[in-house]
Design a protein around this ligand. Structure first.
Ligand SMILES: [Zn+2]
Length: 763
């Protein structure tokens, strides 16, 4: 064995491995780079080091000018050199001929002329700088047939020509560069135009776009997401840009959009998720599809096969919005299947169960799951009510839910399943399935069926065409809202608190159904709920639960009504008694007696205003003297939708608009209570609409109040059975502001607008 030989072999092998590793490193850096310019400038030293060359130049092809360009850093600036693609220079020749050029001495004319008679070395640079160029190796950068640039190495250290091995390595590097340059070019091409709108309107700069593109690639995310999240470009502007580019409408995620039940049957969720598309709704015979890239003809073709004989209407949407829609429409709730799963199973079962009239059986597990899903979804969306609305014939059944006081469509269900769904709900609420001509009411203890600890109050109503609607009120075991968050004006809050902290007396909250009376009562009880007082409540149903209260559900069907509950409470050592409603003489009478014997009694009345409540109770036959003694206050309440705090828009009202508000309030009282003069600094607010409020401009609700205090003068008037108008005047002179006045004051506070106030204060 010759040790020497094997050593040098080992050494060359070792250096080859090192070489390869280093080359690999450089190549992967180029591959991963988004901004090729930048990476090339940064990698310059590494590449020259690798090949033991003195200088490295990387050229790009500028196809328009037929030149090759190289950018280099000098200080903090980036400069460029341009060379024509022609045999008149060494690098220009290499690109022109698409040939590797390896020259050992550029000043040797003969060596140059072996390549091309026109080939010359421009020595002016050398003369200017004092640099002496000797060896040059140029490798053109190509990808397939595309000419993209060149790598040029100058002066091999040691003074000998670049070796064959080095030629091979540089060729390899050129190949990788070719792929990277081609990719960048292609991406720039597909990208060009997509966000032109944002550039033209100066919503972002070209530089920001460039960075967004490279950030998106580094994060493996959509560029749109980077624009949205990092550059904080409004979604609406991105949507406008995409819409202009793809020439189709833009649709953004909106969680209140109804689930297009029929369209989701038989669709596979993974297919939609992987390909980023989702059916949104039908428009006549057309199916509206949201897609991330409406230029993808192949994808659209595949989607078309899923909706044979129907026309597609394509909308562009953002990746995340499409995924949000898919999740919204198909979301899994614990062990529940997605809605499309359930609906597609309904289809299968329909074929098995041949029942001409009723379609599908209510015992079908798919129907059971569908009903559970509707309830769980509605609860998760903070809905207060669910409306099941079947139609005769082949029209699909509508499911609507009410959130923040307004109804919206949750889903439509194929007509074949309407009877099964209604029957299922009736079974769950212990109602008579056979009785379809009379209204019925019952209750669902949902824990028995779906796991969520909620109750639903169910009402069925026979509707036109032999149908039956089902309306469910969701009774969430909710916490009481703190009194301070109920939207009371400071004055009203102080006065109301002074009443509810008294040891005895009678307090009423009045208003129509849905005006939040029970919520307010519970807030009041929450305020005084301490270990040292005993509070009994009788409710139908128990909608809000509070620790510390002893809450009783009345059952009028078995004779345990409000009056019976009150009598029971009086034997059970109460300090405070709350009775859900005083609608009959007996209950009211017991309530007044109880308050006169040292108890604080709360209840509600189904009346429109505070003064009207007094008239109503006297008309009912209450003793005016007892009643006058007992009464602490009567609070009339309405709920208005509040302006969305995220998007409400301030504006200066016209003098006319201001005068109108003052006139509606009453000029004298406005002077006394609101005291805001007109000026051009005055700001009111109006609804605008944003993501947070589903583009309605309104979010949440608050109370408008009218608080009549049981003052001495008021008590005297009650004893004298005064007329309603006189009661009202007395209340006003005691300092009461009406519901409308409270609303107008809240308009000036920027919390609501006149439209909503008018809605609940029609007189
Ligand atoms: Zn909003």
């Amino acid at each position: 064995m010759n040790n020497k030989a094997s050593n040098s072999e080992m050494q060359s092998l070792k250096s080859e491995v090192e070489y390869r590793t280093k080359l690999q490193e450089i190549c992967s850096k180029i591959y991963a780079a988004m901004n090729l310019d930048e990476i090339i400038i940064n990698l310059k030293d590494e590449i020259t080091g690798l090949f033991a060359a003195e200088r490295l130049t990387i050229y790009y092809v500028d196809g328009v000018k037929r030149e090759i360009v190289s950018r280099f850093k000098s200080g903090n600036e980036i400069n460029e050199i341009r060379v024509p693609i022609s045999p008149t220079s060494i690098s220009g020749y290499s690109v022109h001929a698409k040939k590797l050029v390896n020259i050992s001495d550029v000043y040797d004319k003969k060596e140059l002329n072996r390549f091309d008679p026109l080939l010359e070395f421009d020595s002016s640079w050398d003369r200017k700088t004092g640099f002496r160029t000797a060896q040059v190796l140029v490798v053109p950068i190509l990808y397939k047939t595309f000419l993209l640039g060149a790598i040029q190495l100058i002066n091999r250290k040691g003074g000998t020509a670049f070796s064959k091995t080095e030629e091979g390595y540089v060729t390899e590097l050129a190949k990788i560069m070719g792929i990277a340059m081609y990719n960048q070019k292609r991406m720039a091409k597909t990208r060009s135009g997509k966000f032109d709108y944002l550039l033209e309107n100066h919503i972002m700069t070209q530089k920001e776009l460039g960075k967004a593109v490279s950030d998106a690639r580094a994060k493996n995310d959509a560029i749109e997401n980077v624009l949205l999240n990092d550059l904080k470009i409004p979604k609406k502007d991105i949507g406008d840009a995409l819409s202009k580019y793809y020439k189709v409408p833009f649709i953004e995620f909106n969680k209140s959009l109804p689930i297009p039940g029929e369209l989701l049957t038989n669709l596979k969720v993974p297919f939609m998720k992987n390909n980023l598309w989702v059916p949104i709704r039908t428009e006549g015979e057309m199916v509206v599809i949201a897609l991330d890239n409406p230029h993808d003809g192949q994808k659209i073709g595949e989607i078309q096969t899923l909706f044979p004989k129907r026309k597609l209407k394509i909308f562009v949407s953002l990746k995340d919005d499409i995924l949000d829609y898919i999740n919204l429409f198909t979301q899994d709730e614990k062990e529940l299947s997605s809605i499309d799963d359930i609906l597609s199973r309904l289809d299968d079962e329909e074929e098995e169960i041949v029942e001409a009239e009723s379609g599908v059986s209510e015992e079908s597990s798919a129907v059971v799951q569908l009903v559970n899903k509707v309830i769980i979804d509605a609860f998760n969306r903070n809905a207060s009510d669910i409306h099941i609305e079947p139609f005769p014939g082949k029209e699909n059944t509508k499911v609507r839910i009410r959130c923040d006081g307004a109804c919206s469509i949750y889903q439509t269900i194929p007509y074949q399943f309407r009877n099964a769904i209604v029957s299922r709900l009736k079974i769950m609420s212990d109602l008579d399935i056979a009785e379809r001509r009379k209204p019925q009411d019952g209750k669902i203890k949902f824990k028995k069926y779906g796991g969520l600890d909620i109750e639903l109050r169910v009402a069925t109503v026979p509707t036109q065409g032999g149908m039956e609607d089902v309306v469910m009120r969701i009774l969430a075991a909710g916490e009481p809202i703190p009194l301070a968050k109920m939207g009371f004006s400071k004055n009203n809050l102080d006065n109301f608190v002074s009443c509810i902290t008294k040891p005895y007396g009678l307090i009423f909250v009045c208003g129509p159904t849905g005006s939040g009376k029970t919520t307010t009562l519970h807030s009041a009880l929450g305020y005084i709920n301490k270990d040292d007082i005993k509070i009994w409540t009788a409710e139908d149903p128990v909608e809000i639960t509070q620790k510390g209260l002893r809450q009783v559900q009345v059952k009028p069907k078995i004779g345990f009504d409000f009056a019976a509950a009150m009598r029971a409470f009086l034997r059970a050592d109460p300090d405070v008694i709350m009775v859900g409603e005083m609608r009959d003489k007996e209950t009211t009478h017991i309530g007044i007696e109880a308050s006169l014997t040292g108890h604080l009694v709360f209840s509600t009345l189904h009346t429109n205003s505070a003064p009207e409540s007094i008239t109503r109770l006297l008309d009912m036959g209450m003793d005016p003297f007892n009643f006058a003694d007992a009464i602490l206050c009567i609070l009339a309440q309405r709920l208005v939708r509040t302006l969305c705090p995220d998007c409400k828009k301030s504006y200066t009202p016209t003098k006319q608009e201001y005068d109108e508000l003052v006139r509606e309030y009453g000029p004298e009282e406005f002077e006394k209570f609101v005291k805001i003069p007109y000026s051009d600094q005055l700001l009111l607010h109006k609804p605008e609409g944003c993501d947070a409020c589903n583009n309605t401009g309104y979010r949440g609700r608050m109370g408008l109040h009218e608080l009549l205090m049981g003052t001495d003068e008021m008590k005297k008037m009650i004893q004298g059975k005064a007329k309603m108008d006189d009661l009202r005047n007395q209340a006003v002179s005691d300092g009461m502001t009406t519901l409308k006045q409270d609303g107008i004051a809240k308009i000036f506070e920027g919390r609501c607008d006149l439209l909503q106030v008018r809605k609940v204060c029609i007189k």
